[in-house]
Design a protein around this ligand. Structure first.
Ligand code: GDP
Ligand code: MG
Length: 332
């Protein structure tokens, strides 16, 4: 990753100036350096990188800002509700109102820039938004841009096979990739008949035993039964299968309707498998943003995709930090 600061173009535009950074923090630092700590940032937006990074889909942050005296303000990064929530109280009160767990709230507080004076509620919202996006980017850095060998792991019944069926359908029908599905057992029977039938329907080859000699496809999916990492024998067998499959996209699949404490426990239980990110299912039953941010801030792991509902192929999307930040602010 190129850590060189971006050249920020400062095009005056109705009193507004444009600043750019690789991260929200970097863009805001440029704003403050030029316009002072009281500068008003009116928009924070993630855009495709203008440099060579564009070739592999790199993104950068654009911040439009104006000097403090200017009006009016179009604060898009932090919604009006969030600004009203903490009229004078600044950062700590605002963080409390987000409903995060204590570890995540502490991490967020520590990520806020030090300031000699109490920020206004508007500044606090912007700093908070920047800190949240920066935490998401850090947690998501292991998630591949383009996944070729995809394996979903996790406890039984979280929705791995349904999500695999959705993803498989999108790759086959929308993106026209040739896919293969590996439905392996480990030492636990993998009851994924519906997934196998679905793959058959799409004309996707399904393999029930590991065979490294097969020609590679542009997308390969590994469906494993769920297991509990406290069972060492099963875990060792699964680790062995994963070593052979060599996923470039290993996602811990969790039911987002579970309680925050259980989700955190499951993240801890599977951390030895070093998942690149999360796939959150059951968004139709619960899309509480606070528990997602608990994982991002407290465990440094971010969702790559979400799956909502049992019907295939509906409700499967790649996700990022911005919508989850908006949902968190919208809850206040
Ligand atoms: N409401 C809802 N049900 C789901 C969702 N994903 C999976 N299910 C249901 O959860 C159960 C377990 O799903 P499955 O994919 O077999 O779980 P796996 O054991 O992790 O592979 C099935 O009854 C699915 O229909 C979802 O996003 N929302
Ligand atoms: Mg399954």
């Amino acid at each position: 990753m190129n850590s060189r600061p971006l050249d920020h173009s400062r095009t005056p535009h109705g009193g507004l100036m444009l600043f750019k950074g690789h991260t929200a923090e970097e863009a805001l630092a440029q704003v403050h350096e030029t316009l002072g700590p009281a500068a008003i940032v009116v928009q924070l937006k993630r855009v495709p990188s203008a440099g060579v990074g564009r070739i592999w889909g790199a993104m950068e942050i654009e911040a439009w800002a104006q000097a403090p005296a200017a009006t009016p303000t179009l604060l898009k990064a932090a919604p009006a509700k969030a600004r009203r929530a903490a009229p004078e109280s600044g950062t700590s009160e605002l963080i409390k109102s987000l409903g995060l767990g204590s570890t995540a709230a502490r991490a967020l507080q520590q990520a806020m820039p030090p300031s000699a004076s109490e920020p206004t509620s508007q500044e606090a919202c912007l700093q908070l938004g920047a800190a949240l996006l920066a935490a998401w980017d850090k947690a998501a850095r292991r998630i591949p841009k383009a996944a070729r060998r995809i394996a979903l792991i996790g406890p039984a019944g979280t929705g791995k096979s349904v999500a695999t069926a959705k993803w498989l359908t999108i790759e086959t029908l929308r993106h026209q990739h040739d896919c293969r599905l590996w439905c392996l057992d480990g030492i636990v029977a993998n009851t994924a008949e519906f997934l196998i039938q679905h793959a058959d329907l799409l004309g996707i080859p399904v393999e029930a035993t590991w065979n490294p000699g097969l020609p590679s496809c542009s997308r390969e999916f590994l469906d494993l039964p769920g297991w509990s990492p406290s069972d060492r024998d099963v875990s060792d067998r699964m680790a062995n299968l994963l070593d052979r499959f060599e996923p470039d996209c290993l996602l811990l699949t969790l039911n987002a309707a579970y309680e925050p404490g259980l989700l955190q426990e499951q993240v801890r239980a599977f951390e030895d498998f070093k998942p690149h990110g999360l796939l959150l299912t059951h968004l139709d039953e619960s899309a509480s943003p606070a528990k997602v941010w608990d994982l991002v801030l407290g465990h440094c792991i971010a969702p790559m995709a979400t799956s909502s509902g049992r019907f295939i192929p509906g409700g499967f999307e790649r996700t990022g930090g911005e919508p989850w930040m908006e949902r968190l602010f919208a809850q206040i």
